[in-house]
Ligand binder design. Structure first.
Ligand SMILES: [Zn+2]
Length: 411
């Protein structure tokens, strides 16, 4: 069947956009690459790469720079890199203990970063967005005048409807059906959209792209603080469920005879592995926060039996829950973030023993459990990755309607 002129044009335009996306995504995730490396990684021909790089250079998304000679003979090929000093996003985070802001360039370079501790408790939406706006303004004044972030994304410790930016439920902030995206867009006074997403989902994304889960397409990220959340990536894609509320692994029922949970249920996993459970076992006040956790860790290092036992018991429950999740999800890697990353040395043995005892042999053999590489900033860096996604998915939208194929059409 012969294709009409319009149909052919549309197809070649779709292919062009997909190819530009493949190139920009490689450069964002891997850093500067030579044209030959881009040929090898994208499967495109050398001439296609040359034309597409030309478009990206003209559109001021990338530059080609001489490579540094490493003592090898011959002229080194130039490297193509995204102009990360100019193409930036604004990433925000609303955690239970802190607020954070970062300006991140294409390629993942963090240009500016600021995190301020805040006391725990319930805060009005107005107060939180006002504080974030002040922080964002302070950080942006350190950047070149007139710099406009491509997009803004915020990580929040709650269940989020991504479509409308409403936080459906954030027990530690005291928020129910809170229009965070809308209010942030108002106070930030930037002419770009604000994406809102759950902190664990974003932690998973950051660890997948730039942290402890690099190279693994099937990942479970487990974030522990007061609450316990999960980010699940299967076959390279986030698993969110119909409403995007999936991954709430902290609220898996594991102990029907256990303690009441903040969600209204009883014996959820976070009542056994969350910060409150650890502190209670170690004899510290439940609301002691990070300072109290530090004290427990110090006591455990000094060999105090109660602290050692508290960490071991938390590790036992961690292993039980992870065994169930490994059976269900069959991940390549489990990344322990937040509190769990900090107590990892103390719980690693119990977690491995729990997996040996309770997980099925086949998925257990394939999984490794590792602490987060990005630490406390994983959700913030994940917010930056989310904000870059529209650019990575369709860089042509930033280039305007130019390009060789379009010119051929009009010729
Ligand atoms: Zn619960």
């Amino acid at each position: 069947m012969a294709l009409g002129r319009d149909e052919l044009g549309q197809r070649s335009e779709t292919v062009r956009r997909a190819n530009l996306s493949a190139i920009v995504r490689e450069l964002h995730l891997r850093g500067p690459l030579s044209r030959s490396e881009l040929v090898a990684r994208t499967g495109l021909t050398r001439s296609a790469i040359r034309a597409l790089i030309g478009e990206l250079v003209a559109g001021e998304l990338v530059v080609e720079e001489p490579a540094i000679r490493l003592g090898t003979p011959g002229r080194p090929s130039p490297l193509v890199r995204l102009i990360g000093e100019r193409i930036v996003v604004l990433a925000l985070e609303i955690a239970v203990d802190s607020l954070a802001v970062a300006i991140v360039g294409a390629g993942g370079v963090v240009h500016e970063h600021e995190r301020v501790d805040r006391p725990r408790g319930h805060f009005s939406l107005d107060d939180v967005v006002a504080d974030l706006a002040v922080l964002a303004k302070a950080v942006r004044t350190r950047r070149p005048a007139g710099e406009q972030p491509l997009r803004v994304a915020v990580a929040v410790a709650g269940i989020v409807n991504r479509a409308d930016g409403i936080v459906r439920f954030a027990p530690n902030l005291g928020w129910v059906d809170t229009p965070l995206g809308l209010r942030l867009a108002e106070v930030l006074e930037l002419p770009v959209p604000v994406d809102v997403a759950n902190e664990s989902d974003l932690g998973a994304l950051a660890e997948l792209r730039r942290g402890a889960a690099r190279g693994a397409d099937d990942v479970l990220y487990v974030h522990g603080e007061v609450g316990v959340g999960g980010g699940i990536i299967i076959d390279g894609r986030p698993l969110g469920g119909i409403g995007g509320y999936g991954g709430e692994i902290g609220h898996m029922p594991v102990n029907p005879d256990g303690r009441p949970c903040r969600c209204g249920s009883v014996g959820c996993w976070e009542t056994e592995v969350g910060e409150g459970a650890l502190l209670a076992r170690a004899g510290w006040p439940l609301d002691g926060g990070r300072t109290a956790v530090d004290a427990v860790l110090a006591e455990a290092r000094a060999g105090r039996p109660r602290a050692v036992a508290a960490i071991a018991e938390t590790g036992r429950w961690l292993g039980i829950g992870l065994a169930g999740l490994v059976n269900v999800l069959n991940p390549r890697r489990v990344v322990l973030g937040g509190l769990f990353s900090r107590i990892h040395p103390g719980v690693a043995g119990a977690v491995e023993a729990g997996l040996d005892r309770f997980a099925l042999v086949a998925p257990r053999q394939l999984v490794s459990v590792v602490p987060s590489l990005l630490g406390v900033d994983a959700p913030l860096l994940g917010a930056a990755e989310l904000a870059f996604e529209p650019l990575l998915a369709d860089p042509a939208a930033w280039l305007g309607p130019r390009g060789a194929l379009v010119e051929l059409e009009s010729a």
